[in-house]
Every structure is written in structure tokens, then in C-alpha cells.
Design a protein around this ligand. Structure first.
Ligand code: C2E
Ligand code: CA
Ligand code: CA
Length: 412
């Protein structure tokens, strides 16, 4: 959301008048704006809009003149969004989203044409509701960018265990947002929106830098417990957009060098689905990451659409079995079969496997017995901040995990 011009206005200032030519919209950050139309020579106020809402958005959608007059009601701070900035963003969206937006815009402009002759409150309300999803996205994007600048994001760590030995192998880095008003937010509140724009690259850069800063502390902690802990690695999650150019390769190299690490301390997790957009480009960047020495994991394996041929051509070294298969294992023989098939597929392709979402001893025992190399899930621990991860490294006991499992099996 950077690059939008900020405009400060006083109450009574005219932002634009009905029938003016317009090539920009305004998003209200502070203050309020009165929207009116002229009907039979009389001014009719049709709405008051406030923070988080748009005015004049039709100008960035169509070439038609302004359909209403906007006057500042309370001193206001606005952000000006040009038609060009808007079109650029739409053109960067995936084709299905572009189509959805074009359809929505077409409907909106039909509603507004009706509105000009009708002007009823219902029609205006309809228009405002139609816009609220787009507004919410823009607002969230602005907040994410501000959140990155204000250092509100945190990288949490969830342990990954080597199942055969019970040793702690490393952690997956999972982002959280300490939002000043909305509290502690899980990634599903903001990653889907961030992933549709370049904002995701800011988040990925943060995760990369934070993981490389935290890894030396994890490595130092493991020295006191080498019998139970392997030198920790950290996996970070990346998306298709991160692979649209080589920037990530340079950022990775730099973060590793600055913290005196080796490249194999990091693993990059990417979902099959996010690789679908430009397969060749994504495979090219992933190969460069691999060439530096990091592992590449296919995340949520089994939920995407990639063909086996595509999978075998990707420069990946790890498959992460999606949590949905692991949790369904207890319910059906069919799902247990799927898991064993994925495990043998990985063996054939010389890849190692991490099973996600291990919540019970039964999950653990089945996956271990069928050769899953690693496991991750609430049975071991939920994602936690760095200081707790360090405590876990110092106190981890590989033997008790294996022994408990044995005891439970014997009792059963
Ligand atoms: P994911 O990469 O599949 O991460 C695993 C998710 O499963 C995490 O949710 C984790 O807390 C949760 N989980 C782990 N073990 C268990 C279990 O035993 N039971 C259950 N019910 N859940 C378990 P989280 O942290 O909410 O992350 C959700 C998703 O958000 C991640 O799914 C990933 O796709 C995305 N994400 C998280 N952090 C980042 C990030 O830094 N960058 C990007 N691009 N995406 C991220
Ligand atoms: Ca992941
Ligand atoms: Ca996953």
C-alpha cells in the first residue's frame, strides 16, 4: 500500500463535485466526508462516510464523470488512489480474481447508473455493502505494511522430531501478529491477503531474517544436550509470489552470511498449489535455493493438484504430509492406506517425509512404524516463542518419548 499520496483537508473543503472529471479515489484514514447529489436544484445528502471507507471510487473504475459531490464534514486525512495504481493491482492478480473483480465492477456500475435516476437510500446502501469486501482488503493491506514497519510480527517455533530416534530435529517457523487493537492474530487472518500482493515478500524477509538471527541461539542451546537434539534447523514458509524473481535467493544468502550460519540450517516450505502459477519460474528459483544448500519441502502434500511428473521434477527434498490425512488415519483404513502410499512414494523419489498434525500416541506410533522420518504436531508441542524453544532444546529427552511409546503399546 505504499506510494499513495496523503491529503489533509479541513471541514468544508470540497474533494470533488458532481459531474467533475475524476481520475482518483480517496480512502478515508481520519475524519468524515459528506456525499451529496443535486436533485431538481436541491442538495440531497446521500451518505456520510468515515475511516476505512472510500469516496470517488467510480472514477478509478470507469471514465464516467463524478456521480456525486464529496465535501469534508470533519477535518480529514485521506489517501489518494489513482486509476493507474488500481489498474496495476488488478492486472497483478491471478486471472480468476481479475474476472471476479471485473464482474463485480460491472454490477457496481449498473447499480450506480440506476442510482443516478433513483438515488434511494436502499440503492446507496447496496453500493456501500458491495464495496465493503474490497475496502476491508485494502485496509488490511495498509495495516500489514504498517505492522511490518512497527515490528508487530513474531516468529513462533513448532518442534519437528526425528521419529526413529525421538531426537529433536528442528523447528518450523510460524508467523503471528501482535496487533495493537485486535490482539494476537494467527496467520489465517492475514497471510491469505498478504499472499495476493507484494506484502508477502516483506513478511518472508522478516521470517528469513528472524530465523537466521534466532538459529545461533538454538544451536548454542543444543550443545548442552547433543544426545537428544540434532543441530537445529528452521523451516520457513514461502509462497508462489516469493518465487517470482530471484530476490529471495539473495536475501537468504545475506541472512545466512550475516549470522555466520551455513545454508543447510534453513528449509523452505512451499505448497503445491502456490507453485501452479508459473511452474518453470518457481522451479528455477527453488533450484537456486537448493544449490546454496537449503532443503526444499513440499508443504500440505496431498491437498494440491500437482501431477506426479511435476513433483518428481521439482528440486524438493522433503514431503510434508498434510494434517488432514494424519487426523483421518484413526477413522478409516482408506486414509491409513493413503498415508502409507505417500510414504512409499517419498522413498521411491528419495525424499524424506515430515508428518504434520500428530496429536495422539496412535498417530505417532503408526507413522513411526511405517517409516515417516519426522513428525510435527501438538503431541510434541504447539508453536512457541524463541525463549520456550530454547528451553525445550535444553530439556528435550529423546529416550522418554520412545520409551513411553513402547510402554503404551505393551499395555494395549
Ligand atoms: P502450515 O504451513 O501447514 O503450518 C502448520 C499449521 O498447523 C500451523 O498453523 C500449526 O500451528 C498447525 N498445527 C501444527 N500441529 C498441529 C496439530 O497437531 N493439530 C492442529 N490442529 N494443528 C497443528 P498456523 O501457525 O496457524 O499456520 C497456518 C498456516 O499459515 C500455515 O500452515 C502456513 O500455510 C501459513 N503460515 C504460517 N506462517 C507463515 C509464514 O511465515 N509465511 C507464510 N507464507 N505462510 C505462513
Ligand atoms: Ca508449513
Ligand atoms: Ca503444512
Amino acid at each position: 500500500m505504499s506510494g499513495f499520496q496523503v491529503v489533509l483537508l479541513r471541514a468544508g473543503d470540497v474533494i470533488f463535485r458532481e459531474n467533475d472529471y475524476g481520475d482518483c479515489a480517496y480512502m478515508i484514514d481520519v475524519g468524515s466526508v459528506e456525499i451529496s447529489v443535486e436533485r431538481d436544484g436541491e442538495k440531497v445528502v446521500v451518505a456520510h462516510v468515515g475511516p476505512g471507507e472510500f469516496v470517488g471510487e467510480m472514477a478509478i473504475l470507469t471514465d464516467a464523470p463524478r456521480t456525486a459531490t464529496a465535501i469534508v464534514a470533519e477535518d480529514a486525512m485521506l489517501r489518494k488512489i489513482s486509476a493507474e495504481q488500481f489498474t496495476q493491482r488488478v492486472s497483478e492478480m491471478e486471472p480468476v480474481m481479475q474476472m471476479a473483480i471485473e464482474t463485480a465492477l460491472h454490477r457496481l456500475s449498473t447499480t450506480l447508473t440506476l442510482l443516478k435516476s433513483d438515488g434511494s437510500h436502499d440503492a446507496i446502501e447496496h453500493r456501500r455493502q458491495g464495496n465493503s469486501a474490497a475496502l476491508a482488503t485494502l485496509q488490511l493491506e495498509a495495516e500489514i505494511a504498517a505492522g511490518v514497519r512497527r515490528d508487530e510480527f513474531r516468529l513462533y517455533y513448532q518442534p519437528i522430531i526425528e521419529l526413529a530416534s525421538g531426537k529433536l530435529h528442528g523447528f518450523e517457523g510460524l508467523i503471528r501478529w501482535q496487533h495493537p487493537e485486535r490482539g494476537f492474530l494467527a496467520p489465517d487472518h492475514f497471510i491469505p491477503t498478504a499472499s495476493k500482493s507484494d506484502l508477502i515478500q516483506l513478511i518472508t524477509s522478516f521470517c528469513l531474517a528472524q530465523a537466521c538471527k534466532d538459529l545461533p541461539l538454538m544451536r548454542a542451546a543444543c550443545l548442552a544436550n547433543l544426545e537428544n537434539v540434532l543441530p537445529p534447523t528452521v523451516s520457513i514458509n514461502i509462497t508462489g509470489r516469493d518465487l517470482e524473481n530471484d530476490d529471495i535467493v539473495q536475501r537468504f544468502d545475506q541472512a545466512v552470511t550475516e549470522n555466520q550460519l551455513t545454508h543447510d540450517a534453513l528449509t523452505f516450505e512451499v505448497t503445491e498449489t502456490s507453485l501452479m502459477h508459473d511452474k518453470a519460474q518457481a522451479a528455477d528459483v527453488l533450484s537456486k535455493i537448493r544449490a546454496l544448500g537449503a532443503d526444499v519441502a513440499i508443504d500440505d502434500f496431498g491437498t494440491g493438484y500437482s501431477s506426479m511428473a511435476h513433483l518428481s521434477r521439482l528440486p524438493s527434498t522433503i514431503l510434508k504430509i498434510d494434517r488432514s490425512f494424519v487426523s483421518a488415519m484413526n477413522e478409516s483404513e482408506q486414509d491409513r492406506k493413503i498415508v502409507t502410499i505417500i510414504l512409499s512414494l517419498a522413498r521411491e523419489l528419495n525424499m524424506s517425509v515430515v508428518a504434520e498434525g500428530i496429536e495422539t500416541r496412535d498417530d505417532h506410533d503408526f507413522l513411526k512404524a511405517h517409516g515417516s522420518d519426522y513428525g510435527q504436531g501438538y503431541l510434541f508441542a504447539k508453536p512457541m516463542p524463541l525463549n520456550q524453544a530454547v528451553t525445550m532444546i535444553k530439556g528435550w529427552d529423546a529416550v522418554s518419548l520412545t520409551a513411553d511409546s513402547e510402554i503404551e503399546r505393551r499395555i494395549a
